[in-house]
Write a protein of this length. Sequence first.
Length: 127
Amino acid sequence: MLSSCGTNTPTLGLAPTRQLVQKAIAFQVSQTQQQLTQRLQSPPSQLEITQVKFKQIEPFFIGDLATYRVLGTYSLTIELPKQRVTQQQNLFDIYLQRQKEGKTWRLAVPQGIEQGKPSSWQTYLIR
């Protein structure tokens, strides 16, 4: 877990790419799907994230690491045994943290809220 924030803001030039955000959304959706399939004892479905559109990017620091809150929409296609379902215009609100060496990113998930802002974070490597 990490604790929040500094006062300066990182440059938008280092903000995550659309492809990285797509991977982070896919990670979150697959985590949720995994929990559901375990509870329902059903086989997992194929997921596809497309049409990722950014609405807003908010840069800030968690500790000394550049972090970006990215808000927008995406389309989700799920391949079920007998049909294919597509949901469009799904909202997302994710936090991505650039690691020191600049080669890897982590999805940062808020764990606690103090004074209306996240106070601690759980992070997951995005591959």
